[in-house]
Design a binder for this molecule. Structure first.
Ligand code: WT7
Length: 670
């Protein structure tokens, strides 16, 4: 954790807007306020009432209990359910049987710009495919409840089918983003002890093909738990296959009858549904565990309140399943509610900048869950690409991943939503499982303010506090905390996979004597109680909304033959919000050069992930450190932002900062 920088400055939040679009909300402000009050008077009963709206095989014995660790909670202990039953079977056996669940579009287009591949799955189709996949996992690979598997797949229908089939059998899974390298894949897969890896031969991205199988083979050298791989033929390219270990999905499916049924494994509410690895302040990614019952309840509540999802809606969230948004609000949330959703394999601006808008028009998308980065990237292409398309189907826009700057908010509001659609910015994180702070168009009309996150959800107690954990005055910057347990929080048995101590230390030790969950974000609360999250307060970067640890990027850099030390900090970027830059000390015998700079950047790109590539590399002779040898990234950030250095009492050698400054000024930013 870097030294806290409580600046005490307030953010601008003058604008308040009331909209005709809000006319569709369910309840009035007064009912909303009453709901909030009631929910906080008895949050457990409040969540239990929502839980009763789901279909349990058996009701819970206690709403909230504790596991063997101080802050690992067990929601709905004793309750029995199955997520694939909730997301698929329920709808397939109802009037929604022939309703579209998934509209999938592949990236390649023909000469007229029309998609070459579109696949539509009804809830009936999804039910059939999930059962067939579950059959393969169970009968071919012998996987059962409590086993673990990993998924390294592009955004194709098979990916969602795989996750739901795993959930059906009670297999705990982890998804690794398909843009991650072999090293990132193997460390996650090995940490989880996955027996099976489901993947694809590759996928299309910006008109090129990305091959996955060779990366997988390399990763498997370091992941001994994996006994088999299952491959989707997405590209149809020839792949190196190991006999007895690697199987093609279509080969296996050809032997599975269409009508095969695999009963959902009935699991207890606290059963770990998945583990998702996310970046923290130290090297090893944290495996966040999400349970089944609490998580499903949170998704159900937020799909309704935050997205106001209805049967007639077409919902689209372009997030990848490698990130938590692609879990909660692509793979499960919309399906839990029986919605129709669009999923898209490719890049939103390929082959032309208006691909995004063409998709909305093509399928009549009404609910869009987007990001500030995607929005800012579009803004630079100009308004005509948007205006070319009929976007009148849209009725609600939400954003996620990083703070949304007011100009991006206005662009979405005025141009995309045509001044009809509420625009919100939902705050949450991998650890929370679902949205925690947001405008709630499905619940009430409250005035919007461009750039704010809004208010905590009913049942969620959140605040902005100072270093001692005391509430700060309106308009003052502090740390965001969640003060009550919530369903969907990291779950049993250990919160963080294999590391309950780290879980406790990371999230619950910051404010001793309280049960506050420390989010790691700076925030401001305004006089109306709206929360404005300002960005991370720790060594975590948000690059295009993706979460990366400075330490992870530094490790990737120093694994290059020339680098002995590296310090990575984030600098503001007009489109991506933030991008990493790196200060690198070379080993003896290596000289700074432009070629080496490029090589180091490429090394990070290939060895870790394209999103982690430093936008600039500065070679220096030493890094600013404390007397005890800790890198003072705060000073490098100040250098990059041209700010005063602040307190340098602990700095070992002042010339290190001078040198960094010189290097930075000479080279500039890319
Ligand atoms: C971090 C969590 C939430 C799913 C995707 C990211 C930042 C997220 C917002 C928002 C301002 C936001 C925070 C948070 N963040 N949403 N609407 N406004 N900041 O999940 O990768 O776990 O990252 O994303 O800094 O701590 P994640």
């Amino acid at each position: 954790m870097s030294e806290p920088e409580i600046l005490g400055e307030s953010l601008p939040f003058e604008e308040r807007i009331e909209l005709p679009g809000w006319a569709r909300v369910n309840v009035s402000v007064s009912t909303y306020e009453a709901t909030l009050r009631k929910s906080l008077a008895d949050p457990q009963e409040y969540w239990a009432n929502l839980a009763r709206e789901l279909d349990w095989f058996q009701e819970w014995e206690t709403i909230l209990s504790k596991e063997g660790y101080p802050h690992v909670y067990h929601w709905f202990n004793g309750g029995l359910l199955n997520l694939s039953h909730l997301a698929v079977d329920r709808h397939a056996h109802s009037h929604r049987r022939n309703k579209l669940a998934i509209i999938w579009e592949g990236e390649p287009t023909d000469e007229k710009g029309q998609p070459k591949e579109v696949r539509k799955l009804t809830y009936g189709d999804l039910y059939r495919e999930v059962n067939r996949m579950a059959f393969i996992l169970k009968e071919k690979f012998g996987l059962k409840k409590g086993d673990r598997m990993a998924v390294y797949m592009p955004l194709i229908p098979e990916a969602i089918v795989t996750l739901l089939a795993a959930a059906r059998l009670g297999i705990t899974f982890t998804v690794v983003f398909s843009g991650f390298s072999a090293e990132s894949l193997s460390s996650r897969v090995a940490d989880l002890g996955a027996k099976l890896l489901v993947t694809a031969d590759g996928f299309y991205r910006r008109g090129k093909t990305v091959l996955l199988k060779e990366i997988v083979d390399k990763a498997l050298e370091q992941a001994p738990s994996v006994e088999s791989t299952l491959l989707v033929r997405r590209l149809g390219v020839a792949c190196p296959m190991t006999d007895g270990r690697d199987y093609y999905l279509d080969d296996l499916l050809s032997e599975v009858p269409q009508s095969i049924k695999v009963d959902p494994e009935i699991v207890e509410s606290g059963h770990p549904l998945y583990v998702l690895y996310t970046s923290g302040t130290t090297g090893k990614p944290k495996g966040i565990i999400h349970d089944t019952g609490g998580y499903s309840v949170l998704l159900h509540a937020t799909m309704r309140w935050v997205f106001d999802v209805r049967d007639e809606d077409v919902y689209w969230c372009p997030a990848d399943i490698g990130w938590v948004t692609g879990h909660s609000y692509v793979a499960y949330g919309p399906l839990l509610e029986g919605a129709t959703e669009v999923i898209f394999e490719g890049a939103l601006d390929f082959p032309a900048p208006d691909r995004w808008w063409a998709i909305i028009e093509r399928y009549g998308v009404s609910l869009l869950y987007t990001t500030p980065t995607a929005t800012r990237a579009q803004m630079k292409f100009g308004e005509d690409y948007v205006k070319k398309h009929d976007l009148s189907s849209l009725r609600l826009l939400q954003s996620v991943g990083e703070p949304i700057n007011p100009s991006a908010w206005w662009w979405l509001f005025n141009l995309v939503g045509d001044k009809r659609c509420p625009v919100g910015s939902t705050w949450w994180m991998t650890e929370t499982g679902g949205v925690m702070i947001s405008s709630l168009p499905g619940l009430a009309l409250i005035p919007m303010k461009p750039g704010t996150n809004g208010m905590p959800l009913p049942g969620v107690k959140a605040d902005v506090v100072d270093e001692a954990g005391a509430s700060v005055a309106p308009g003052k910057k502090g740390f965001l905390v969640i003060q009550n347990p919530w369903p969907g929080m990291p779950g049993p048995p250990t919160g963080m996979f294999g590391d309950p101590d780290r879980f406790e230390k990371q999230y619950f030790s910051r404010f001793p004597g309280t049960d506050y969950f420390f989010c790691g974000d700076y925030a401001v609360k305004d006089k109306d109680g709206y929360i404005w999250v300002a960005g991370r307060a720790d060594e975590v970067l948000k690059v295009a909304g993706h979460r990366l640890g400075t330490y992870e990027i530094e490790s990737a850099i120093v694994s290059h033959r020339s680098a002995s030390e590296a310090a990575v900090v984030a600098i503001p970027d007009a489109i991506k919000g933030e991008v990493p830059i790196a200060f690198v000390v070379l080993k003896q015998g290596h000289e700074p050069s432009d070629a080496l700079r490029i090589e180091v950047r490429k090394w990070v790109r290939d060895g870790f992930s394209p999103i982690a590539e430093p936008s600039q590399v500065y070679f220096v002779n030493k890094l600013p450190k404390t007397r005890s040898g800790k890198i003072m990234r705060r000073l490098l950030r100040a250098v990059a932002e041209g700010r005063p250095l602040g307190d340098v009492a602990t700095l070992e050698d002042e010339t290190s900062v001078e040198e960094a400054k010189k290097a930075y000024e000479e080279l500039g930013v890319r």
